[in-house]
Design a binder for this molecule. Structure first.
Ligand SMILES: Nc1ncnc2c1ncn2[C@@H]1O[C@H](COP(=O)(O)OP(=O)(O)OP(=O)(O)O)[C@@H](O)[C@H]1O
Length: 514
């Protein structure tokens, strides 16, 4: 099952027979990948299907067990590929975290790609480096001064900076294979579209762009062709134009997906609130009031910079509240700290779960049960049997794909690591659960599992605040959605509105504050 580029001259690279195993896990099994110049090529697959492994091999940072790469006139042995060879073959990479250092200037961020202009003794020539940086920025239509710090850029601008850095040494008339690993994962629809337009311009300029993503609407909209891998095997390369969402889901999961999770029945409006914010301000938040009742899921929609994450951090005691009151179960909490809020039953699953929540060398079992040792200690002894039984159950409940619960968590794919951290918090049955982008990096099948678990937690009485860039999910499982704009709650929508209408509402509020 394969859609081919129109002619051989368009073929950028062909990868054949790519295999890689880690112990007993066959991460890639005879994978084929063919990319054309001038196209955006989507690379999709479930969590743990082998996408990152494939990319690491192409980047020369991981050796394959078997496989070769053919470019125009050259063949490369992927069992001995190096980063230098990868660059010579034309590959350039933009990783999910973009690798932009916020405290450095835009020019210095470009220089981090090894492109400072140096004098004879290796010293950096600042003025010439800056001139060179300005040229690169112009080439990539990034209208910013190289002296400003990267922190002052918007997220799409930062993404463009990362792209400019990756491509800066490619001649203006030259071509590269630009691989982007989930570049839009944390971007709301509007900002994601802006980035996709940039990718289209790069493809039109002749580059080959590989887009790894779990956002299926996006890949169908933005890509020309899509390659899907499942369980380390190539299951098809198709023209995106011919691909319905249902077909794509079927390729990824090997079966159909039912989107059955919805908001748990109406929350009890007469129940006493578990959490109240009264005119809370601080950082980007100017004045936020909200009331959360047991079992209620309140969605928060907003563009980047609206203060979504800061709001969650304030409620969790991780960020100072400058004015206003935070009230838990009717009692105002003075100067809330994270430990005080945890004691009151507030749990926070941050957006950057892997950096914030993982003990990388420790096992899946340890990571799943971290912070809950009380439950597994009796008479100073660890009840290993009970712990392993619980973990085995939870690995299945949270659809974590791992060959063993004793494996170090960093041997799991990114999405599966996320599920372990989410599972850890969900299993504590908190009073208030703060979720920041809980389905980011999680595949289409596991998303339903995660949403189902959140909905189930709310049925059991947990009150949830859900920040998500996925408006479809927000509208589907929230009892009501608040639009956060410019540090204020600008609108409130009851359950039942469409994701399209929610986006319109957010954009309208955004326009009104300009
Ligand atoms: N260093 C490692 N040691 C052991 N197993 C590994 C290692 N790296 C990856 N794996 C395994 O290889 C398989 C493929 O993982 P990979 O990270 O390539 O998946 P992915 O498609 O990128 O997933 P995700 O969408 O979750 O990022 C998984 O089963 C994973 O657990």
């Amino acid at each position: 099952m394969s859609a081919m580029p129109a002619d051989d001259a368009r073929t950028a690279i062909v990868v054949r027979g790519l295999s890689k195993s880690f112990g007993s896990t066959q991460a890639l099994d005879g994978v084929r990948l063919e990319l054309a110049w001038g196209e955006i090529h989507g690379l999709v697959g479930g969590n743990g299907s082998g996408k990152s492994t494939l990319i690491k091999i192409l980047a020369g940072v991981l050796e394959a067990d078997a496989g070769e790469l053919t470019t125009d006139g050259s063949t490369w042995d992927l069992t001995r590929h190096t980063p230098a060879e990868s660059a010579r073959a034309g590959f350039r990479f933009v990783h999910q975290d973009l690798g932009v250092v916020p405290v450095l200037s835009v020019g210095d961020n470009l220089g981090l790609g090894g492109h400072f202009v140096r004098g004879p003794l290796g010293t950096i020539r600042s003025r010439r480096s800056r001139r060179r940086a300005a040229e690169v920025l112009r080439r990539f239509d990034l209208d910013v001064d190289p002296r400003v710090t990267a922190a002052s850029l918007s997220t799409p601008q930062r993404a463009l900076l990362a792209i400019a850095r990756a491509l800066q040494d490619v001649d203006e008339s030259g071509r590269a294979i630009l691989v982007l690993d989930e570049p839009t994962a944390a971007l709301p629809a509007e900002e994601a579209s802006e980035l996709l337009r940039t990718l289209r311009r790069l493809a039109e300029a002749g580059h080959s762009v590989v887009l790894v993503t779990h956002r299926l609407d996006e890949v169908r909209r933005a890509a020309d062709r899509v390659t899907c891998i499942r369980d380390g095997r190539h299951v098809g390369t198709l023209d995106a134009a011919d691909l319905s969402e249902a077909r794509l889901v079927e390729l990824i999961l090997g079966g159909k997906l039912e989107r059955t999770v919805t908001a748990a029945g109406p929350a009890d409006a007469s129940a006493a609130p578990v959490l109240e914010l009264r005119h809370v301000a601080g950082g980007p938040l100017r004045d936020v009031s909200l009331t959360l009742r047991p079992g209620e899921i309140v969605g928060i929609a907003g563009l980047l910079g609206s203060g979504r994450t800061e709001l969650m951090e304030m409620i969790y005691g991780a960020r100072r509240i400058e004015r206003g009151d935070l009230v838990v179960r009717g009692t105002a909490v003075r100067s809330p700290s994270t430990s005080a809020m945890t004691r009151r039953g507030v749990a926070f699953v941050p957006e950057d779960r892997i950096a914030a929540g993982i003990f990388p060398q420790e096992s899946v079992a340890t990571n799943m049960t971290a912070g809950q040792s009380g439950r597994y200690f009796a008479k100073l002894r660890l009840r290993t049997g009970l712990l392993l039984r619980d973990v085995a159950r939870d690995v299945s409940t949270y659809a974590v794909r791992t060959s063993s619960v004793h494996l170090p968590i960093n041997a799991l794919s990114g999405g599966n690591q996320q599920k372990v951290v989410l599972g850890r918090w969900l299993r504590t049955s908190p009073t208030v659960l703060l979720l920041d982008e809980p389905t980011q990096g999680i595949d289409v099948g596991s998303r339903e599992t995660v949403l189902g678990l959140v909905s189930e937690a709310s049925r059991a009485g947990t009150a949830v605040i859900l920040v998500s860039s996925e408006f479809e999910e927000l509208t589907r499982i929230s009892h009501r959605v608040l639009v956060l704009c410019d540090g204020r709650i600008a609108d409130e929508h009851p359950h039942g509105m469409t994701s399209h209408d929610l986006l319109e509402s957010v954009l309208e509020k955004q326009r009104a504050t300009r």
